[in-house]
Design a protein around this ligand. Structure first.
Ligand code: COA
Ligand code: MG
Length: 290
């Protein structure tokens, strides 16, 4: 699976920002047709994205296009023009039911079939960011094999339940952790909310580290300055990797000695700690660190 520590949005109508994004070495670039693009620019944005996809070198960055939500009236034409641009992945916001996931995946599959592309090659990322979407998370997360990731949108979620957003973000603790659980149960990546105060890098670092600590695999970003902070927060540190390696090695030895639980540096280690250490090493590998 593509590493998606940072997923950077920019308005699809803004060629300059797409060009800039291509130079940043960000894991994932998401050209947006939805809320980042003004209503008056929806049609123009499709053309700008198509042109940029043809002309620009995105290096190793994943190329995603976010379409408008299902039921917006834009989704069919957005998807048709997005697919014709041959992105790595499609992002669909405000998913509320498993049927919506299946509908998009079927549209993509018929495009793949009629263009001789590998079936399942174009990946699907979805936003779950409403009360209804959170209630249906289980079915949504299980809906389709094309699904790689669920993206949590805090601003939309707060709007949908009438919550007031705060720096502490306790008002979105439940949906964030629900998304992490649904993703973990289905081998999906969980991508955390945007930190909209893009000049406050210390606050961003804190929130990104909290999200990584919750089990998210990445975070959405909206400004170039946010990329490095977020990619770092979602890459295990050298110390964490060293410790994880020691847990894995010592666990093997203790198993051979017939011990399920043992002590390392004065702390108990048993199976769940081994699994956690393996996850750390997996993330390090995904980030190209091992
Ligand atoms: N992607 C790529 N480049 C971006 C960028 C982004 N998301 N946001 C800003 N930049 C570029 C600017 O074009 C500018 O480049 P330049 O110096 O070559 O002109 C540089 O980074 C500095 O930008 P800055 O002046 O600090 O920000 P701004 O006032 O131009 O823009 C926002 C602020 C919030 C409007 C802008 O960051 C943005 O559009 N973000 C994405 C919004 C979005 O897509 N939302 C929907 C999903 S949540
Ligand atoms: Mg949203």
């Amino acid at each position: 699976m593509h590493s998606r520590r940072a997923l950077l949005y920019m308005p699809g109508s803004d060629r300059r920002k797409i060009e800039k994004a291509a130079t940043l070495g960000v894991d994932c670039i998401c050209m947006d047709l939805e809320d980042g693009t003004a209503l008056s620019k929806k049609v123009e944005a499709r053309a700008v994205i198509a042109q940029a996809m043809k002309e620009l070198d995105f290096g190793n960055s994943e190329r995603c296009i976010r379409i408008n939500s299902i039921g917006s009236g834009f989704e069919k034409d957005d998807l048709a023009s997005a697919l014709a641009a041959r992105p790595d992945s499609i992002v669909v916001p405000k998913i509320e039911t498993a049927e919506q996931v299946k509908w998009v995946s079927e549209q993509i599959e018929s495009y793949e079939l009629s263009n001789g592309l590998t079936l399942g090659g174009i990946r699907l990322l979805i936003g779950v960011e409403t009360a209804k979407g959170i209630l249906n998370l289980k079915e949504i997360a299980e809906a389709d094999k094309r699904l790689d990731a669920i993206i949590f949108g805090a601003e939309d979620y707060a709007a949908s339940v009438g919550a007031r957003r705060t720096k502490e973000a306790t008002e979105v603790l439940y949906p964030r952790q629900a998304v992490v659980a649904a993703c973990a149960a289905n081998d999906l990546q969980a991508i955390d909310m945007v930190y909209i105060d893009f000049r406050d890098l210390e606050g961003l670092r804190r929130e990104a580290e909290q999200g990584a600590g919750f089990g998210f695999s990445g975070k959405q970003v909206i400004h170039p300055n946010q990329v490095a902070v977020v990619q770092e927060a979602f890459t295990p540190s050298d110390e964490a990797i060293e410790y994880a390696k020691r847990v894995v090695e010592s666990f093997e030895i203790s198993q051979k000695e017939g011990k399920g639980a043992y002590a390392l540096d004065g702390k108990m280690i048993d199976m769940p700690l081994l699994k956690n250490a393996q996850k750390v090493l997996e993330r390090a590998r995904a980030a190209g660190k091992r």
